[in-house]
Design a protein around this ligand. Structure first.
Ligand code: F6R
Length: 244
């Protein structure tokens, strides 16, 4: 595991964007695993800038998002479909047919989950997976006490996650209770992983993920077993880490 501690959110974002851009430069048809949330927004902005100013080409890139709520429309501003399109996809030259996000509006969610993992495999597997981390150390929507063997599946969101995500909704009651998430196994199959975190409220989760025991109560701790993880933090998220 490589750990990069940066001075600010902007530096963290730029550092992550450089790795993603380098990946695409070396392999234009890279398969990216993407996250939503506040954490990667700066990285997406930087990638958009590099696309517009330097011509970073996304025309052959394929993307798979980590997760999506169950039961809200793609057009809902809180859906992850909407987030990705608005914050990233519509600003770059990725092809619509190369964008994959779990569909939380299917009748048969189980079948949708199975299809999602099969599709990732069929396309060749994820080259580079971007992750944020929850205050409870979730990755994707793999909440504490997740099964490390799980592939893409339906999850019941933790009360803590619902409370954290309520900031985007009119009230806590409007936050969906369920989501589809890539499983820990799906994430661990990615060839490279970047884990991003900023802000003091992520410091404990980062400490537990990097230095705590590897256990389902700390979903991100499984990353200690991955052969190619780069953790990029701002100073605040790194406050509990031992000095190097
Ligand atoms: C989002 C996702 C989540 C977030 C995590 C942190 O696709 O998979 O695991 O990365 O909840 O969210 P933010 O970045 O909003 O603090």
């Amino acid at each position: 595991m490589r750990v990069i501690v940066t001075n600010s959110y902007e530096e963290m974002s730029a550092s992550a964007a450089r790795i993603v851009a380098g990946q695409i430069y070396l392999k234009p048809n890279s398969i990216l695993g993407l996250a939503t949330g506040s954490t990667p927004e700066g990285m997406y902005n930087e990638l958009i800038r590099v696309h517009k100013e330097v011509g970073l080409d996304f025309s052959q890139v394929i993307s798979f998002n980590l997760d999506e709520y169950i039961g809200i429309k793609d057009s809902d501003p809180n859906s992850y479909h909407y987030f990705m399109n608005n914050k990233f996809f519509k600003h770059i030259n990725i092809k619509k047919e190369n964008i994959f996000i779990p569909n939380g509006n299917m009748q048969n969610i189980e079948q949708e989950c199975k299809k999602y993992d099969a599709l990732i495999e069929q396309k060749g597997g994820i080259d580079l997976q971007i992750l944020g981390i929850g205050n409870n150390a979730h990755i994707g929507f793999n909440e504490p006490d997740v099964k490390f063997e799980a592939i893409t599946h339906k999850v019941k969101l933790d009360e803590e996650t619902i409370a954290a995500n309520a900031r985007f909704f009119a009230s806590k009651d409007e936050v969906p209770q369920y989501a589809i998430s890539m499983g820990i196994k799906t994430i661990m199959r990615s060839r490279r992983v970047i884990l991003l975190a900023n802000g003091k409220n992520k410091a404990q989760a980062i400490y537990n993920a990097l230095y705590g025991p590897i256990r389902p109560a700390t979903p991100a701790s499984i990353l200690q077993l991955h052969q190619d993880v780069t953790v990029i933090l701002d100073k605040q998220a790194a406050t509990l880490l031992p000095p190097v």
